[in-house]
Design a protein around this ligand. Sequence first.
Ligand code: GUN
Length: 274
Amino acid sequence: MIPLDGQALARRLNQELARQVPALPRPPGLAVVLVGEDPASRVYVSRKGTVAHRLGFVHRQVDLAADTSLPDLLRVVDALNADPTIDGILVQLPLPAHLDAAAVADRIDPRKDVDGLTATNAGLLVQGRVGHVPCTPLGVMALLAEAGVTLRGARAVVVGRSNIVGRPMAQLLEHADCTVTLAHSRTRDVAALVRSAEIVVAAVGRPEFVAADWIAPGAVVVDVGINRLPDGRLVGDVVGAGLDHAAFVTPVPGGVGPMTIAMLMQNTFRAATA
Ligand code: GUN
């Protein structure tokens, strides 16, 4: 089993991007909006800011109280839409329960929607047309390409159907000529389905949901999950041990996570130069 090192690939891609920034008429601008105090979200948002700064981007973090109203949040999005120094807008998810994530996403100018969450960008992806694609699935595709995994004709199973990972992941794999099955919490005998897969992407948000004996010999395993256990341990959506029979496995942490941030920077750079 070969670990897929997202940390190393992300570092290389970030360095390549940083070299291109000084030649632009102005630096790419990324705004990240954080509503509330979720500790994990705070960590992710601060990492995005650190990388943006390192690349020479303009970076703005907007911190809003957990009880911010929908109209107030939409006003913040409107201001960022109108700001000529900002090319990319990301509203960190999950939002507090009283805020409708779809309504917030759809307020973002699709050209600045570097998360690919507006209905416009989601629709463009379904049709295989050019738009912003969600960062985590993009990062997974880059990791698979780096590892030289053959996608054409491969049987892929994506576990999890979120708008931000599972659905766009299934579409990208299908555009790359995989035969894709999208599994979810209501899928019958998910273990047997995963066993039939040459490529498995786990994005259910449940700690160690995918067992080692679900993985076929020689399969490629991509673990999108980051779950904090009550004892403080960080685990993925796939069990962390017993995967020696797989061809490639992404570690948690250090697999998909850094790639998500690298793709956010790429999307923002692209928005700035479009
Ligand atoms: N929460 C966890 N990952 C992401 C992401 O890629 N984008 C947003 N907006 N929220 C997230």
